[in-house]
Write a protein that binds this ligand. Sequence first.
Ligand code: PEP
Ligand code: MG
Length: 576
Amino acid sequence: MDSNSKEIILKGIPASPGICHGNAMLFAQSHIDIPIYDIDAEVIEKEKERFEKALITTREEIFQIRDQVSKSLGEDEALIFDAHLMVLEDNALITEILQHLEQNKKNVEYSFNEVVERYINFFKTIEDEYLRERVSDIKDVSRRVLNNLLGETKTGNDSKHQTRIIVSEDITPSQAVGFDKSNLQGFITNSGGATSHFVIMSRSFKIPAVVGLHNATEKIKHNDYILIDGYQGLVFINPTANTIVEYNKIASKQLQIERTFEEELVEKTETLDGHSIELMANIEASDDISESVQNNFDGIGLFRTESIFLKKNGVPSEDEQFKEYASVVQNTNGKPVIIRTLDIGGDKLINGVHDDSFLGLRAIRFCLENLTIFKTQLRAILRASVFGDVKIMYPMISGVEELDKANHIFNEVKDALLAEGIAFNPNIEVGAMIELPSAVSIIDLLAKKVDFFSVGTNDLIQYLMAVDRMDDRVSHLYQPTHPAVLRSLKTIFEKSDDSNKHVSVCGEMAGEPIYTALLIGLGAKSLSVSVSRLPEVKHYIRLMNLGELRELVKELLTLDQAEPIEQKLNAFLEKL
Ligand code: PEP
Ligand code: MG
């Protein structure tokens, strides 16, 4: 901490709760923190060797991905990786990097990045469209080489081992899964919203985050001392000793509150007036299932399988997937596990296999276009179904035709397993996520084709209000208490009841106590929330009176704007 620097406070969107303070690590534009240091003449040869090793590893990686993509998507899609290999083997580029290294006597990552940036800037100015498009190939390859170089220096004397607060323009889910959590204290980003997928991940990692700060990367310098208040969305640059003392007090109070939540863990999840609520966990991987999740809650209401793909930055094999699914199922003591099929696309991007539009080839749409990937996943899930109470769920269902197609493929996969003599649960339940306005309107029709529903409020709000959940500029329009959201949810609960279908809510709303109250008042009997939120949500449910809540929600449904609804819910919670 620099005692001469002035404290500056920035206000952003509170994304993941908690308080932390430490040094900032600025992610460069490329999202890779590139160290710069002088090297002695005798180290040059060693740096060259490191570079050569990184090139070999990168070549192997690209060959591997090429092979996977060729198998899963076909040879045409795999051709892009030939272009990547050509970049990697470009003699002119390699010679220039080595010359830069020798002349400037700086570490190889720096020399590599300087030369590659020069190439990128040159290609950007070229008129020929084909050549201009090679910029993304160069960027992709350079990111890989840098990652391999930096992976190696991790054990060296650079700053990677210190715990850090990451400051970046944005963070992708695949970057979030790649961070070493033991070295991570908090996240600060210029863009993003409260339900961006990396934010959901930071909540499950229990790492405080503030997003949507617009210009944090300009205001914060590498190594600045930073304090994050993830409850209120505040970031302090050079906090005073007084601020740190005050926040340390708040943090220890918070710890006490969490301890009281933990004392209630063994109690039933039911309202004050005796109505039970099913409370399940949202997980990203089998590691998320603690003993407490196993013993004190009702199973896994949402297993987001994307993280297995994101960690691999490619398509995992059937066996790799099977191992992860089986481990989740075996960890849940026979309680239900809802495994959601791949929801890739939007902000969840994997190398060579994705569409970055939330309205494009995302989730079930992507799977129905990439049947090899879809079928491989369905086989792996079915094989894991013999270990417990597995259910399968499709994301982003928009209509009956799509659901029929998915079910048809599912039946084909079951038949194939049967013919191969591979065991699975033939009565496995199939569900659909309700997260599109079209699905809400025809929920009675969808009910004829599935066994259960789960409401994805993160996307439902995004699509209902046409508000990109990632875009901080419109985050004020992302309103969980908008009357249209309330009416949609009411319809979902009523129609599911009419059709006798179990319905749960697995969007982030369910884990936010004021919205937990709203959902229960509207008719929700089952919720699934991020693991870090489970104790708090249980605590609040046990304080709520359902009769009173129903009355309150009746009144809320007569209001015409989000703000007064939010205020009344806050007042209700404060009373508790
Ligand atoms: C949702 O949309 O509410 C949901 C639970 O799915 P995801 O956040 O993974 O899109
Ligand atoms: Mg969703």
